[in-house]
Design a protein around this ligand. Structure first.
Ligand SMILES: [Zn+2]
Ligand SMILES: [Zn+2]
Length: 140
C-alpha cells in the first residue's frame, strides 16, 4: 500500500525546520535543490511562512566555472548558458574534407562518420561506397 504524502505541506515543514535549525545558512535556491522542488515553490512557502530573513541571499557563487561570467540562471553544473551549451558539444572533423565541425555530443555519437555538409556526405559515399570505388574494389 502506497502512502500518500502531501508534498507541498511536507516540504514546507522541512523548509521551516531547516530555516529554524540553521538560519541564514542556506539560500532559497539551495533549499529548492535540496528538496527537489522549484525555487518558485520555495519562495512561496518562505513568503507564506514569513521566513524570508532566515535565508541567505544569493550566497552561492554565481560565477561560471567555464568563463567566469556571472550566471543569470542557476543550474547544477555551475556553468553559464553559453558554457553549458559548449560542454554539450564536441569538436569533430569532417570525414571527407577534414574541416572542423562542432556539434552536439549526443548527435555526434549517433553517427560513425561526421560530415560538414551534404556535399561531403555525398562525396564520401561516392568514393567509399559508390561507383568511384569500383576500380579499387576490382583489385581486391
Ligand atoms: Zn561561462
Ligand atoms: Zn567536409
Amino acid at each position: 500500500m502506497a502512502t500518500i504524502e502531501y508534498l507541498a505541506q511536507s516540504t514546507s515543514y522541512k523548509i521551516k525546520d531547516l530555516a529554524e535549525i540553521n538560519p541564514g545558512k542556506h539560500t532559497q535556491a539551495e533549499v529548492a535543490r535540496l528538496f527537489g522542488v522549484s525555487r518558485q515553490c520555495v519562495n512561496e512557502i518562505v513568503t507564506g511562512l514569513n521566513l524570508k530573513g532566515k535565508f541567505k541571499r544569493h550566497s552561492w557563487s554565481s560565477l561560471c566555472l567555464g568563463c567566469g561570467k556571472k550566471i543569470l540562471s542557476e543550474n547544477k553544473s555551475r556553468l553559464c548558458r553559453n558554457c553549458l551549451n559548449e560542454s554539450k558539444r564536441a569538436r569533430c572533423t569532417c570525414d571527407n574534407c577534414g574541416e572542423v565541425i562542432v556539434r552536439k555530443i549526443s548527435e555526434a555519437k549517433r553517427h560513425r562518420h561526421q560530415f560538414c555538409n551534404r556535399y561531403c556526405v555525398g562525396a564520401y559515399a561516392g568514393t567509399h561506397y559508390g561507383y568511384g570505388v569500383r576500380s579499387s574494389r576490382s583489385k581486391l
